[in-house]
Design a protein around this ligand. Structure first.
Ligand SMILES: [Zn+2]
Length: 144
């Protein structure tokens, strides 16, 4: 996200994830930084094999983000504080790395990406997500 560009639905996306997504991973075993690297590589491979733009592209590098207030990602790197070393938060950050619309932030393109990630990798129901996104007034760029 570049400075000066308004990330208009970031708070709503965070709220949705806090209330409807995080609970899916609360009982998972703790992940080490190395576990996170393996997971990111696995998801990246799965998500990019049929996307010409990313074929052959390396996954983002996972970096120790201890001391940071939140996780953060761009195309080539993901910073992970300890509390963010869990699948749901990794998928959110991978969503940023996969998002090739640089000005999108947590906008419609990003939401479409994480919707697919949560469906494929957390087994989250698309019907439930559609209801939740409508409830939290989160824009995916089209009506389903
Ligand atoms: Zn984010």
């Amino acid at each position: 996200m570049q400075d000066g560009i308004r990330d208009y639905q970031r708070a709503r996306v965070y709220k949705w994830e806090r209330q409807c997504i995080h609970s899916l991973c609360n009982d998972d075993p703790e992940m080490s930084l190395e576990d996170c690297r393996v997971y990111v590589r696995e998801i990246w491979k799965h998500e990019t094999y049929d996307r010409p733009r990313h074929v052959g592209a390396n996954p983002p590098i996972v970096t120790d983000g201890r001391g940071r207030r939140s996780a953060c990602a761009h195309r080539y790197r993901i910073w992970l504080p300890r509390f963010a070393r869990r699948k749901d938060m990794l998928l959110h950050e991978i969503g940023h790395s996969l998002n090739n619309r640089i000005d999108d932030g947590h906008g419609p393109n990003f939401v479409r990406i994480i919707y697919g990630l949560y469906y494929r990798h957390l087994d989250k129901s698309p019907q439930a997500m559609q209801r939740e996104l409508a409830h939290f007034k989160i824009d995916m760029g089209y009506k389903i």
